[in-house]
Design a protein around this ligand. Structure first.
Ligand SMILES: Cc1cc2nc3c(=O)[nH]c(=O)nc-3n(C[C@H](O)[C@H](O)[C@H](O)COP(=O)(O)OP(=O)(O)OC[C@H]3O[C@@H](n4cnc5c(N)ncnc54)[C@H](O)[C@@H]3O)c2cc1C
Length: 417
């Protein structure tokens, strides 16, 4: 078996598989090492609700047959209010989507090795020249990419990422049938992706119902195990308990039944971007971490990061004599900050502020959104300070004070009294 490639990629998630597609399409020798077995792929890594938008489908040529349901709107819910935004989307069958990315990359010549668990970088002269997998097997490349998601075995060992425990977000989801998808008193969730801000259900996070057809939907929740979670959480409640509590108390689930085998679990780190690459090495997707902090949109972001890494690799490899050194791969960082996650730090602060707000403030936020309209939400979502300011009001001062104390250790109490 060949053990030398232009690029070695660890992990066949959306980020790694997209990076491989782009590199193979440009004619490079690329191998992807994936820890799971091919016949049941994806198993544990089948973790995503996979709600996405037409821009992702068009940019990456994703076919209709991996779509479970096209949607027309995104609904934001609070304990007693909701806000509907018309926005076309698609809920994918994540497993089909992952398998499609692998098959399409292979058609262009990408090589995949399944049951290949990457463990460590192989170093020569202080630079990574390959990786070991399954204990004593080795493969070498001019460039190595870590796309293993939160596992990040290479990026951690190379000190490219420092994933912090306090920034760890966990998520769980089941698929159901028998859901009352248009229940009086609630928003109509037909052809919708709904996100709910409600600390009784997801303390310091959010929950969701994504319609997948007729009376079926993906139902889940996630939260970051940080101060906001601690402030609103119940003692001894696990994430499974929160989901059970929601299912037991929301009338939309009264006749709902779980679809067997359709359970998804996963995690990601929600933290400020740091280093993304070093000599001969790039970290992409959730390894970095790339997932959008506010609404958990990871698929598009991760695939964009895979594309940016492929472009950076190409910019070195196509000339033959340009070393993939830290300096020469810096274009990856530039593309990441410009195209993949612009305003990442502002969005992170917004996220922390949002999840700190109490339930009553969420109700008011929905009313304000109804009044201010889609444009304010879209601009705030993109990190516009003006739009964010429009969504805040005088009643938020205590909240902002608490936020400042948590973030910067700055005590406003004296000023407010
Ligand atoms: C519950 C949940 C719901 C979500 N819902 C959405 C959503 O609706 N929309 C959206 O856009 N995003 C969503 N996301 C986020 C999105 O799924 C992730 O951001 C995305 O899957 C990350 O892609 P990735 O390729 O970086 O990593 P991953 O998807 O984590 O893929 C990593 C791959 O690497 C493999 N691997 C791991 N370790 C090793 C190793 N040592 N050696 C070799 N291979 C390894 C894994 O098996 C896996 O195949 C959700 C996430 C969760 C957890």
């Amino acid at each position: 078996m060949n053990d030398r490639y232009d690029v070695v990629i660890a992990g066949a998630g959306p980020a790694g598989a997209q990076c491989a597609r782009d590199l193979a399409a440009r004619g490079y020798d690329v191998v992807v090492l994936e820890t799971e077995a091919e016949d049941e792929f994806p198993r544990q890594s089948n973790k995503s609700t996979a709600g996405t938008f037409p821009s992702m489908m068009a940019s990456f040529g994703i076919p209709d047959d991996v779509v479970m349901q096209y949607t027309d709107s995104v609904v934001l819910e609070s304990p007693t209010e909701h806000y509907v935004r018309e926005q076309p989307g698609a809920v994918l069958e994540f497993a089909d989507f992952k398998r499609y990315l692998v098959a399409d990359g292979r058609d262009d010549g990408a090589e995949y090795r399944f049951e290949a668990r990457v463990t460590a970088p192989i170093m020569e002269g202080g630079e990574i020249v390959g990786v070991t997998y399954n204990g004593d097997e080795a493969v070498y490349g001019d460039i190595v990419v870590d796309a293993t998601g939160p596992a990040a075995p290479l990026a951690k060992k190379l000190d490219v990422v420092d994933l912090k425990r306090e920034n760890h977000a966990i998520g769980i989801e089941y698929e159901f049938e028998g859901i009352d998808i248009d229940r009086p008193g609630f928003a109509d969730l037909r052809d919708a992706m709904m996100l709910r801000l409600d600390h009784d259900i997801a303390p310091g996070g959010y929950s969701w119902i994504f319609h997948t057809g007729e009376d079926t939907a993906k139902v889940g929740l996630c939260y970051i195990q940080n101060d906001s979670h601690a402030q609103y959480s119940r003692e001894d409640f696990s994430i499974d308990d929160y989901l059970s509590h929601w299912l037991d108390t929301d009338p939309r689930f009264r006749d709902a039944e779980r679809i067997e085998g359709k359970q998804h679990r996963g995690s990601a780190h929600i933290q400020a971007p740091g280093k993304l690459h070093t000599d001969r090495f790039m970290a992409i997707g959730d390894t970095v971490p790339t997932v959008d902090p506010l609404w958990g949109e990871g698929i598009n972001k991760c695939m964009q990061s895979g594309r940016a890494a492929a472009a950076a690799a190409d910019s070195c490899l196509k000339h033959g004599d340009i070393e993939p050194s830290t300096e020469n791969l810096a274009v990856y960082d530039t593309l990441w900050h410009r195209d993949v996650a612009p305003n990442a730090n502002t969005r992170l602060l917004m996220t922390q502020l949002l999840y700190l707000a109490p339930n009553e403030r969420y109700d008011k936020l929905m009313q304000d959104l109804g009044r201010l309209g889609d444009e304010t939400l879209a601009n705030a979502n993109n990190g516009s300070p003006l739009a964010i300011a429009r969504l805040l009001d005088l009643e938020d001062i205590p909240l902002l004070a608490q936020f400042a104390k948590q973030q910067f250790g700055f005590d406003f109490d004296g000023l407010l009294s």
